[in-house]
Write a protein that binds this ligand. Structure first.
Ligand code: ADP
Ligand code: MG
Length: 144
């Protein structure tokens, strides 16, 4: 397995509910490391750009409205097999179908309002990280 980086977003309802720390802790305790982070309130244009892959889906308008409803907490996570690992820790898109102990099972409200975003493949991870972070804003972890 290779070390990978993936994009994670803590969505507006979880930020509003003060659950940033609880969610980051899930990632840290399960082997992923934060290598970039920023809070940002996305504009409609930014949200439409980020979610452009979904623009033909019936819920696109709802998705853009939700993700712009308040600030989000955007991170790059790093670790062994980080893309799939993040998706496992997140759980299924629909919180009602998410495995027990996953973030979406424990914090998600509905298939739309589901607490976290995570990249789904190597190419989308690369593009999504670049959408939010410049190279110099993602840190190689080192100490002393
Ligand atoms: P995931 O976030 O698990 O990768 P998708 O990429 O399919 O899921 O969808 C992107 C986001 O769009 C979901 O996280 C969710 O917020 C929203 N979404 C997905 N399916 C629906 C739906 N049927 N109704 C409303 N919102 C949805
Ligand atoms: Mg997706």
């Amino acid at each position: 397995m290779a070390t990978q980086r993936t994009l994670s977003i803590i969505k507006p309802e979880a930020v509003h509910n003060n659950n940033i720390g609880a969610i980051v802790s899930r990632f840290e305790s399960q082997g992923l490391t934060v290598v970039a982070a920023r809070m940002q309130h996305l504009t409609k244009a930014e949200a439409e750009g980020f979610y452009a892959v979904h623009k033909e889906r019936p819920f696109f308008g709802e998705l853009v409205e939700y993700i712009t409803s308040g600030p989000v907490f955007i991170m790059t996570l790093e670790g062994e097999n980080a893309i799939a690992r993040n998706r496992e820790i997140m759980g299924a898109t629909n919180p009602a179908e998410a495995a027990p102990g996953t973030i979406r099972a424990d914090f998600g409200e509905s298939i739309g309002v589901n607490t976290v975003h995570g990249s789904d493949a190597e190419d989308t991870a690369k593009n999504e990280i670049a959408f939010f972070f410049q190279d110099g804003q993602v840190c190689n972890r080192c100490y002393k």
